[in-house]
Design a protein. Structure first.
Length: 254
């Protein structure tokens, strides 16, 4: 079985695959001070809850945008699983042609999402990942990663709102029925919610206009992506497991 590990700025997401089937997934908070033993013991305990052992895992692939955790994470995999994990890094086979001036700048998570969106839903495609940062990436019909847009993630922007002001409180990020907030909390929730819908629609429409690709599928994933995708017609598919399936697809190409 395959462990697919997506190490992001907020969470480390782990998917357990049996062939092409995603059997289970779980998350742990990203912390840069975890040791290799902590990773190994945590993963081992989770496996035991599934009535499995380290020996049931025969392969591991990791995509990470947090370099500081990679030594401990990979060491834990080697020490406890006796497996050298495949690392998504420049030069790995993906089937995607990265057509930007400096391909090494492209984050592993964005590459993995591009692979999954292109192979599972076809091209051309815009893939949106609502993570710590929100990314909109354009993949052409021949599998070329052509361009991307990066903005603050919903939670990051919301935290800046109440963190950078003296009197605005922390609020729940949720769908609200009206943009006409009549108190502080509802006005903040409306601004966050409808503001991100507006941003998403504008960026998607602008990408379509500048690329000349009006008939292009839009696939979204990540955290609060479901909240936004349910409220706009500009997103065709919401796939919360997109990144994990991208890791599986990349592993299969090696």
């Amino acid at each position: 079985m395959l462990f697919a590990i997506d190490a992001g700025n907020t969470n480390v997401t782990v998917g357990l695959f049996d062939g092409e089937r995603l059997v289970k997934q779980f998350r742990l908070t990203t912390k840069t001070d975890r040791t290799s033993d902590e990773y190994g013991v945590f993963l081992g305990e989770w496996l035991s809850l599934q009535n499995m052992t380290f020996s049931d895992i025969d392969s591991v692939i990791i995509a990470s945008v947090v370099p500081k955790i990679m030594h401990s994470l990979t060491s834990g995999i080697v020490k406890y699983f006796n497996i050298n994990p495949v690392i998504v890094a420049p030069g790995i086979k993906t089937g995607i042609n990265i057509s930007i001036p400096n391909p090494k700048e492209l984050g592993a998570d964005r590459l993995v999402d591009a692979v999954a969106a292109y192979e599972m839903y076809g091209g051309p495609v815009i893939v949106i990942d609502f993570g710590t940062a929100t990314t909109h990436d354009l993949v052409l019909d021949d599998g070329t990663f052509y361009a991307g847009v990066t903005s603050p993630g919903i939670r990051l922007a919301a935290a800046a709102l109440w963190g950078g002001t003296a009197k605005l409180p922390e609020v729940e990020i949720k769908k609200v029925d009206t943009i006409m907030g009549r108190d502080t909390v509802s006005s903040m929730q409306a601004g966050i919610y409808y503001g991100y819908i507006g941003q998403t629609e504008y960026i998607v429409n602008r990408l379509k206009k500048e690329s000349g690709l009006e008939n292009i599928k839009v696939v979204a994933t990540g955290g609060l992506g479901k909240l936004i995708s349910e409220s706009t017609d500009c997103i065709d598919v919401y796939d919360p497991e997109l990144t994990l399936h991208g890791l599986r697809l990349i592993y299969d190409k090696q």
